[in-house]
Ligand binder design. Sequence first.
Ligand SMILES: Cc1ncc(C[n+]2csc(CCOP(=O)(O)OP(=O)(O)O)c2C)c(N)n1
Length: 312
Amino acid sequence: MYYYLTLTRHLENKIAYICYSQNPQNPLIIGKGYLSTGQEAISVGASSTLDEGDWLSPSHRDMGAHLVRGMTVKEIFLQYFCRANSPTWGRDSNVHFGVTSKRILSFISHMGSMTPVANGVAAAMVYRGEKNVVLSCFGDGASSQGIVHEALNYAATFKLPVVFVLNNNQIAISTPLHEQTAVEHLALRAAGYGMPGKTIDGNNVIEVYLAVKEAVDRARNGEGPSLIECKTMRMGGHGTHDQYQFLSKKEFEEWKKKDPILWFKNYLKEKGMLDETGEREIEERVEREIEEAVEYARMQPMPKPEDLLKER
Ligand SMILES: Cc1ncc(C[n+]2csc(CCOP(=O)(O)OP(=O)(O)O)c2C)c(N)n1
Protein backbone atom coordinates (compact mmCIF):
# COMPACT_ATOMS: atom_id res chain seq x y z
CA MET A 1 0.00 0.00 0.00
CA TYR A 2 2.93 2.37 0.64
CA TYR A 3 4.04 1.96 -2.98
CA TYR A 4 0.55 2.83 -4.27
CA LEU A 5 0.26 5.82 -1.93
CA THR A 6 3.62 7.14 -3.13
CA LEU A 7 2.79 6.44 -6.77
CA THR A 8 -0.55 8.25 -6.48
CA ARG A 9 1.02 11.34 -4.88
CA HIS A 10 3.89 11.61 -7.40
CA LEU A 11 1.64 10.86 -10.37
CA GLU A 12 -0.85 13.55 -9.39
CA ASN A 13 1.97 16.02 -8.66
CA LYS A 14 3.14 15.40 -12.23
CA ILE A 15 -0.37 15.98 -13.60
CA ALA A 16 -0.57 19.25 -11.63
CA TYR A 17 2.88 20.28 -12.87
CA ILE A 18 1.91 19.62 -16.49
CA CYS A 19 -1.38 21.51 -16.08
CA TYR A 20 0.38 24.57 -14.64
CA SER A 21 3.37 24.65 -16.93
CA GLN A 22 2.10 23.52 -20.34
CA ASN A 23 1.85 25.65 -23.42
CA PRO A 24 -1.78 26.90 -23.54
CA GLN A 25 -1.61 27.05 -27.36
CA ASN A 26 -0.67 23.38 -27.59
CA PRO A 27 -1.61 21.75 -24.28
CA LEU A 28 -0.79 18.16 -23.36
CA ILE A 29 -3.70 17.97 -20.93
CA ILE A 30 -6.94 19.34 -22.26
CA GLY A 31 -9.28 19.89 -19.31
CA LYS A 32 -8.28 19.70 -15.68
CA GLY A 33 -6.88 17.36 -13.08
CA TYR A 34 -9.05 16.51 -10.06
CA LEU A 35 -6.48 15.41 -7.57
CA SER A 36 -6.67 13.37 -4.39
CA THR A 37 -3.71 15.00 -2.66
CA GLY A 38 -4.03 14.47 1.11
CA GLN A 39 -6.75 11.85 0.80
CA GLU A 40 -4.89 9.07 -1.05
CA ALA A 41 -5.31 6.71 1.93
CA ILE A 42 -9.06 6.40 1.30
CA SER A 43 -8.70 5.36 -2.32
CA VAL A 44 -5.73 3.02 -1.79
CA GLY A 45 -6.95 1.53 1.51
CA ALA A 46 -10.52 0.90 0.35
CA SER A 47 -9.65 -0.59 -3.07
CA SER A 48 -6.99 -2.87 -1.54
CA THR A 49 -9.80 -4.88 0.05
CA LEU A 50 -11.24 -5.97 -3.33
CA ASP A 51 -10.84 -9.31 -5.06
CA GLU A 52 -10.28 -9.56 -8.80
CA GLY A 53 -13.96 -10.28 -9.50
CA ASP A 54 -15.23 -7.31 -7.47
CA TRP A 55 -16.18 -4.01 -9.08
CA LEU A 56 -14.95 -0.51 -8.33
CA SER A 57 -17.26 2.43 -8.93
CA PRO A 58 -14.82 5.32 -8.43
CA SER A 59 -15.29 8.99 -7.70
CA HIS A 60 -13.21 11.67 -9.43
CA ARG A 61 -10.66 11.48 -6.56
CA ASP A 62 -9.79 7.83 -6.91
CA MET A 63 -6.49 7.76 -8.76
CA GLY A 64 -5.13 5.40 -6.08
CA ALA A 65 -7.95 2.91 -6.64
CA HIS A 66 -7.40 2.94 -10.41
CA LEU A 67 -3.76 2.04 -9.83
CA VAL A 68 -4.53 -0.65 -7.25
CA ARG A 69 -7.04 -2.17 -9.72
CA GLY A 70 -4.23 -2.53 -12.25
CA MET A 71 -4.36 0.59 -14.41
CA THR A 72 -0.79 1.31 -15.49
CA VAL A 73 0.88 4.71 -15.28
CA LYS A 74 1.16 4.65 -19.09
CA GLU A 75 -2.59 4.10 -19.44
CA ILE A 76 -3.27 6.99 -17.05
CA PHE A 77 -1.16 9.42 -19.09
CA LEU A 78 -2.54 8.13 -22.41
CA GLN A 79 -5.98 8.90 -20.98
CA TYR A 80 -5.00 12.37 -19.72
CA PHE A 81 -3.33 13.20 -23.05
CA CYS A 82 -6.36 11.88 -25.04
CA ARG A 83 -4.24 9.57 -27.23
CA ALA A 84 -5.67 7.16 -29.79
CA ASN A 85 -4.48 4.13 -27.80
CA SER A 86 -5.82 5.35 -24.43
CA PRO A 87 -8.33 3.14 -22.59
CA THR A 88 -11.15 5.16 -24.21
CA TRP A 89 -9.36 5.60 -27.59
CA GLY A 90 -8.93 9.32 -27.05
CA ARG A 91 -12.65 9.98 -26.73
CA ASP A 92 -12.30 11.66 -23.36
CA SER A 93 -9.71 12.55 -20.75
CA ASN A 94 -8.74 12.68 -17.07
CA VAL A 95 -10.62 10.49 -14.58
CA HIS A 96 -13.96 10.24 -16.31
CA PHE A 97 -13.45 6.78 -17.70
CA GLY A 98 -13.80 3.13 -16.77
CA VAL A 99 -12.12 -0.07 -17.84
CA THR A 100 -14.55 -2.96 -17.64
CA SER A 101 -11.81 -5.58 -18.17
CA LYS A 102 -10.37 -4.41 -14.83
CA ARG A 103 -13.84 -4.18 -13.32
CA ILE A 104 -13.76 -0.39 -13.02
CA LEU A 105 -17.06 1.29 -13.84
CA SER A 106 -16.99 4.44 -15.90
CA PHE A 107 -17.47 7.57 -13.82
CA ILE A 108 -20.53 9.77 -14.41
CA SER A 109 -19.85 13.44 -13.77
CA HIS A 110 -23.29 14.14 -12.26
CA MET A 111 -22.48 13.87 -8.58
CA GLY A 112 -24.01 10.82 -6.92
CA SER A 113 -25.38 9.32 -10.15
CA MET A 114 -23.01 6.38 -9.88
CA THR A 115 -24.69 4.97 -6.77
CA PRO A 116 -27.73 3.46 -8.57
CA VAL A 117 -25.37 2.11 -11.26
CA ALA A 118 -23.35 0.40 -8.51
CA ASN A 119 -26.63 -1.05 -7.19
CA GLY A 120 -27.48 -2.34 -10.66
CA VAL A 121 -24.14 -4.13 -11.01
CA ALA A 122 -24.54 -5.59 -7.50
CA ALA A 123 -28.09 -6.78 -8.27
CA ALA A 124 -26.85 -8.44 -11.49
CA MET A 125 -24.17 -10.30 -9.54
CA VAL A 126 -26.72 -11.52 -6.99
CA TYR A 127 -28.99 -12.64 -9.86
CA ARG A 128 -26.11 -14.63 -11.40
CA GLY A 129 -25.17 -16.16 -8.05
CA GLU A 130 -21.72 -14.49 -8.01
CA LYS A 131 -20.08 -13.82 -4.65
CA ASN A 132 -18.67 -10.42 -5.49
CA VAL A 133 -19.11 -6.89 -4.19
CA VAL A 134 -19.16 -3.35 -5.55
CA LEU A 135 -17.18 -0.55 -3.91
CA SER A 136 -19.10 2.66 -4.52
CA CYS A 137 -17.09 5.84 -3.82
CA PHE A 138 -18.38 9.41 -3.62
CA GLY A 139 -17.86 12.68 -1.76
CA ASP A 140 -19.67 14.60 0.96
CA GLY A 141 -21.29 16.91 -1.62
CA ALA A 142 -22.59 13.95 -3.60
CA SER A 143 -23.91 12.35 -0.42
CA SER A 144 -26.56 15.07 -0.12
CA GLN A 145 -28.00 14.43 -3.59
CA GLY A 146 -31.49 12.90 -3.62
CA ILE A 147 -30.34 10.09 -5.89
CA VAL A 148 -27.78 8.94 -3.30
CA HIS A 149 -30.43 8.71 -0.57
CA GLU A 150 -32.61 6.66 -2.91
CA ALA A 151 -29.74 4.37 -3.88
CA LEU A 152 -28.66 3.72 -0.28
CA ASN A 153 -32.24 3.06 0.76
CA TYR A 154 -32.70 0.63 -2.15
CA ALA A 155 -29.40 -1.16 -1.48
CA ALA A 156 -30.32 -1.70 2.19
CA THR A 157 -33.86 -2.84 1.39
CA PHE A 158 -32.64 -5.51 -1.04
CA LYS A 159 -29.42 -6.32 0.91
CA LEU A 160 -27.24 -5.62 -2.11
CA PRO A 161 -23.50 -6.38 -1.86
CA VAL A 162 -22.34 -2.76 -2.06
CA VAL A 163 -19.93 -0.92 0.21
CA PHE A 164 -20.51 2.81 0.09
CA VAL A 165 -17.30 4.73 0.79
CA LEU A 166 -17.91 8.38 1.45
CA ASN A 167 -14.81 10.58 1.18
CA ASN A 168 -15.68 13.47 3.46
CA ASN A 169 -13.08 16.05 2.50
CA GLN A 170 -15.31 18.72 4.07
CA ILE A 171 -15.77 20.87 1.00
CA ALA A 172 -17.68 20.49 -2.28
CA ILE A 173 -15.96 22.86 -4.75
CA SER A 174 -16.48 25.95 -2.53
CA THR A 175 -19.29 24.81 -0.19
CA PRO A 176 -18.08 23.82 3.27
CA LEU A 177 -19.80 20.87 4.94
CA HIS A 178 -21.68 22.96 7.52
CA GLU A 179 -23.38 24.87 4.70
CA GLN A 180 -24.78 21.70 3.11
CA THR A 181 -25.85 19.54 6.05
CA ALA A 182 -26.80 19.72 9.73
CA VAL A 183 -25.53 16.19 10.38
CA GLU A 184 -22.27 16.06 12.33
CA HIS A 185 -21.13 12.64 11.14
CA LEU A 186 -22.44 11.65 7.71
CA ALA A 187 -22.27 7.95 8.63
CA LEU A 188 -25.14 8.59 11.08
CA ARG A 189 -27.40 8.70 8.04
CA ALA A 190 -26.83 4.95 7.62
CA ALA A 191 -29.25 4.22 10.49
CA GLY A 192 -32.03 5.91 8.51
CA TYR A 193 -31.43 3.54 5.61
CA GLY A 194 -31.11 0.48 7.84
CA MET A 195 -27.47 -0.34 7.28
CA PRO A 196 -24.33 -0.17 9.45
CA GLY A 197 -22.46 3.13 9.34
CA LYS A 198 -19.02 4.04 10.60
CA THR A 199 -17.02 7.26 10.71
CA ILE A 200 -13.28 6.71 10.51
CA ASP A 201 -10.01 8.61 10.08
CA GLY A 202 -9.62 8.76 6.30
CA ASN A 203 -5.95 9.70 6.63
CA ASN A 204 -5.10 6.40 8.32
CA VAL A 205 -4.75 3.81 5.57
CA ILE A 206 -4.85 0.90 8.03
CA GLU A 207 -8.10 2.11 9.58
CA VAL A 208 -9.61 2.57 6.12
CA TYR A 209 -8.50 -0.90 5.02
CA LEU A 210 -9.87 -2.62 8.14
CA ALA A 211 -13.23 -0.83 8.16
CA VAL A 212 -13.83 -1.36 4.45
CA LYS A 213 -12.64 -4.99 4.64
CA GLU A 214 -15.17 -5.70 7.38
CA ALA A 215 -17.92 -4.16 5.23
CA VAL A 216 -16.73 -6.03 2.11
CA ASP A 217 -16.78 -9.36 4.00
CA ARG A 218 -20.26 -8.57 5.27
CA ALA A 219 -21.50 -7.75 1.77
CA ARG A 220 -19.88 -10.89 0.33
CA ASN A 221 -21.68 -12.99 2.96
CA GLY A 222 -25.04 -11.71 1.78
CA GLU A 223 -25.54 -9.42 4.80
CA GLY A 224 -26.03 -6.28 2.74
CA PRO A 225 -24.45 -2.84 2.31
CA SER A 226 -22.59 -0.54 4.71
CA LEU A 227 -21.67 3.13 4.73
CA ILE A 228 -18.10 4.04 5.68
CA GLU A 229 -17.45 7.75 6.11
CA CYS A 230 -13.74 8.58 5.79
CA LYS A 231 -12.93 11.98 7.28
CA THR A 232 -10.18 13.88 5.52
CA MET A 233 -9.42 17.26 3.93
CA ARG A 234 -8.96 18.23 0.31
CA MET A 235 -5.38 19.54 0.23
CA GLY A 236 -5.72 21.70 -2.84
CA GLY A 237 -8.29 23.25 -5.11
CA HIS A 238 -11.31 21.46 -6.47
CA GLY A 239 -9.28 21.01 -9.63
CA THR A 240 -5.97 22.18 -11.02
CA HIS A 241 -7.76 25.34 -12.21
CA ASP A 242 -8.52 26.79 -8.77
CA GLN A 243 -5.59 25.69 -6.62
CA TYR A 244 -6.08 26.66 -2.94
CA GLN A 245 -8.77 29.27 -3.51
CA PHE A 246 -11.39 27.82 -1.14
CA LEU A 247 -9.16 26.55 1.67
CA SER A 248 -8.08 28.66 4.62
CA LYS A 249 -4.32 28.79 5.07
CA LYS A 250 -4.67 27.91 8.76
CA GLU A 251 -6.78 24.82 8.02
CA PHE A 252 -4.38 23.80 5.28
CA GLU A 253 -1.38 23.99 7.61
CA GLU A 254 -3.18 21.99 10.30
CA TRP A 255 -4.18 19.19 7.91
CA LYS A 256 -0.73 19.15 6.34
CA LYS A 257 0.57 17.77 9.64
CA LYS A 258 -1.86 14.82 9.25
CA ASP A 259 -0.50 13.83 5.83
CA PRO A 260 -1.55 10.19 5.27
CA ILE A 261 1.59 9.15 3.40
CA LEU A 262 3.97 10.69 5.94
CA TRP A 263 2.01 9.03 8.75
CA PHE A 264 2.14 5.59 7.10
CA LYS A 265 5.83 5.96 6.27
CA ASN A 266 6.65 6.72 9.92
CA TYR A 267 4.44 3.83 11.04
CA LEU A 268 6.24 1.37 8.75
CA LYS A 269 9.64 2.66 9.89
CA GLU A 270 8.70 2.34 13.56
CA LYS A 271 7.63 -1.26 12.93
CA GLY A 272 10.89 -1.97 11.09
CA MET A 273 9.05 -2.67 7.81
CA LEU A 274 10.65 0.19 5.86
CA ASP A 275 14.09 1.84 6.01
CA GLU A 276 15.74 4.76 4.22
CA THR A 277 16.95 2.49 1.41
CA GLY A 278 13.50 0.97 0.88
CA GLU A 279 11.93 4.41 0.89
CA ARG A 280 14.43 5.72 -1.67
CA GLU A 281 13.97 2.65 -3.89
CA ILE A 282 10.19 3.14 -3.98
CA GLU A 283 10.55 6.86 -4.76
CA GLU A 284 13.07 6.20 -7.53
CA ARG A 285 10.91 3.44 -9.03
CA VAL A 286 7.84 5.67 -8.97
CA GLU A 287 9.70 8.61 -10.53
CA ARG A 288 11.13 6.36 -13.26
CA GLU A 289 7.71 4.86 -14.06
CA ILE A 290 6.18 8.33 -14.31
CA GLU A 291 8.92 9.84 -16.49
CA GLU A 292 8.87 6.84 -18.86
CA ALA A 293 5.07 6.93 -19.08
CA VAL A 294 4.92 10.67 -19.83
CA GLU A 295 7.56 10.33 -22.52
CA TYR A 296 5.79 7.32 -24.04
CA ALA A 297 2.28 8.82 -23.95
CA ARG A 298 3.44 12.16 -25.33
CA MET A 299 4.75 10.45 -28.48
CA GLN A 300 1.54 8.51 -29.18
CA PRO A 301 -0.84 9.69 -31.94
CA MET A 302 -4.03 11.62 -31.34
CA PRO A 303 -7.26 9.92 -32.45
CA LYS A 304 -8.41 10.52 -36.03
CA PRO A 305 -11.76 12.32 -36.28
CA GLU A 306 -13.19 9.51 -38.44
CA ASP A 307 -12.31 6.91 -35.77
CA LEU A 308 -14.29 8.58 -33.03
CA LEU A 309 -17.64 7.08 -34.08
CA LYS A 310 -16.18 3.61 -34.75
CA GLU A 311 -17.68 0.81 -32.70
CA ARG A 312 -15.22 -0.79 -30.31
C1 LIG B 1 -25.52 16.91 -9.95
C2 LIG B 1 -24.29 17.77 -10.01
N1 LIG B 1 -24.30 18.99 -9.45
C3 LIG B 1 -23.19 19.78 -9.51
C4 LIG B 1 -22.07 19.33 -10.16
C5 LIG B 1 -20.82 20.18 -10.23
N2 LIG B 1 -19.83 19.57 -9.33
C6 LIG B 1 -18.79 18.86 -9.82
S1 LIG B 1 -17.81 18.28 -8.60
C7 LIG B 1 -18.77 18.98 -7.41
C8 LIG B 1 -18.40 18.86 -5.96
C9 LIG B 1 -18.47 17.49 -5.50
O1 LIG B 1 -18.18 17.48 -4.14
P1 LIG B 1 -18.01 16.14 -3.40
O2 LIG B 1 -19.07 15.19 -3.78
O3 LIG B 1 -17.90 16.46 -1.94
O4 LIG B 1 -16.64 15.57 -3.95
P2 LIG B 1 -15.19 16.23 -3.84
O5 LIG B 1 -14.98 17.01 -5.12
O6 LIG B 1 -15.14 17.09 -2.64
O7 LIG B 1 -14.28 15.06 -3.75
C10 LIG B 1 -19.84 19.67 -7.96
C11 LIG B 1 -20.84 20.41 -7.18
C12 LIG B 1 -22.10 18.04 -10.75
N3 LIG B 1 -21.04 17.55 -11.39
N4 LIG B 1 -23.21 17.28 -10.66
